[in-house]
Ligand binder design. Sequence first.
Ligand code: TPP
Ligand code: MG
Length: 577
Amino acid sequence: MSKMKASTALVNVLKNWDIDHVYGIPGDSIDTVVDALRKEQDTIKFIHVRHEEVATLAASSYTKLTGKIGVALAIGGPGAIHMLNGMYDAKMDNVPMLVLAGQVPTSVANTKYFQEVDLPTLFTDVAVFNKQIEDAETLPDIVDVAIRTAYEKKGVAVLTIPNDILLTEINHTVAAKQEVFQQVKPEISTESIAQAAELIKSAKNPVILAGVGTKHAKEALVQFSEHTKTPVIISLPAKGIMPDDHPNFLGNLGKIGTKPAYEAMQDADLLLMIGNDYPYTDYLPQESVKSIQIDIDPAKIGHRFPATVGIVGDAKEALTALIEATDYIATRAFLEASQENMANWWKWLREDEAKTTTPIAPEAVMAQVQKIADKDTIFSIDVGTSTVWSTRYLHLGHHNDFLISAWLGTMGCALPGAIAAKQAFPDRQVIAITGDGGFSMVMQDFVTAVGYKMPMIVIVLNNKELSFIKYEQQSAGELNYAIDLPDINYAQFAESCGGLGFRVETFDELESAFKAARNASLPVIIDIAVDSNAAPLPGKIVMDEALGYTKFEIRSITEDHRFSKMPPLKTIIRRFF
Ligand SMILES: Cc1ncc(C[n+]2csc(CCOP(=O)(O)OP(=O)(O)O)c2C)c(N)n1
Ligand SMILES: [Mg+2]
């Protein structure tokens, strides 16, 4: 056993877990950790971001992509507070994360010292493991337990570390390298498979709703769907799990879902919920409809929808077992009807993509994205209308990845996600798609991408407003208020950061900007003046929304004394009936 500084021992534990990079910002109370990382910079890269929120959002995205734990650090007080948003993103999307936060020295603890914030209390709700270190000797063991717990509970482990503790010399033996944490999968009961197979055999209109829990079971999902001729619908973050161009695919469900998905759910006589915890139960069938739910977590079975048969276990194993337990079905009228419906839907979308107008239609932008995208592009998507356009118009296959802040739904996630994607897969093309509001929350970190030589394409759909909220206000029958954003030239900003920038104001400039961006070896921003009247209408407009729009129109005339620009009537009619 040799003597070493506690901070060195901490870094050794990180190395043992194969952690090869950390996002963060240095400063007083965390400087000792940063110094220990400096000495190990050949093994652990320190990615110095410009805002701690970006550090945790990037760490969360890295884990969503790779399954490996993401790590972020910051000083105590303000730095720790800035990290909260990305920590919640990890918590809500169930991904492991390790956060190291500095703290004032123990000699002044609890004296209302400069930057002293009660961090364990602050992190109570967000963390699955949340300890303030009190003794240098136990620090390495606690770091190890923190990482194990984050993997085990798929959540955030936080260590708050007073700076003086890190300077203490401790006795420490460098532990043997850890294998990456393997979770034991529950054994699937043969009885549940047999019961599920019976339900599948007697169903006429079965429909699958697949979520991110199916990510590792993509091929099995396709095989099962083809074997039983069952249409597949996904939850939004599961985009890419079923190839968009697969004939059995009906898109995603909900407000920004497709009309065929909505209608198939209405007509279903058997719902197969696979690896999801879909919250918008209004979009699910009537509760009397039979259902099979597959989930590794028994607590999820029947949580949102009564499960006639629950299969606790791994989605891939369950789907493989179900293929074996059921007969091949050659044709199914319900699937064919859904496919016809879907053909219509694609026809409408292709009409949208073909728009050549100025101001530019966001749908036309998506068509350009598709043209320059590689087969294995990683898409990192923000929250706003960019979510709708990307989800609806991008055609993803099994080699793509689609990053999003699914359950927290935080604006500003696209750029940190793109940084993490480039860190995880430097050779793959990375495209971030974001609104001007979302991008301007984190734009300072474009310079991080430039500094670390992370070529990426950031598409800013610049409509000079919080468009998603504009339509939210309208569909709720409220008047529009506080949604305008000043016009920023994001292309000039890109250049001032040392990247490349293209400002696209007319449709004619669109294609050449995308071609140039595709060939660039620097991070690029394509700042596109998109039509602010492009309405991200729901795939299926439900009665409440239709009434909300009508109320908004009446209030615009009577209270604001003006006619507002409504979404095109043709689209409203198509989506309503
Ligand atoms: C951090 C955060 N603040 C507020 C919101 C609520 N919100 C959702 S979408 C949106 C508007 C997004 O605007 P922008 O990025 O410009 O995209 P647009 O809808 O205009 O395309 C807002 C304010 C949020 N999801 N996250
Ligand atoms: Mg906007």
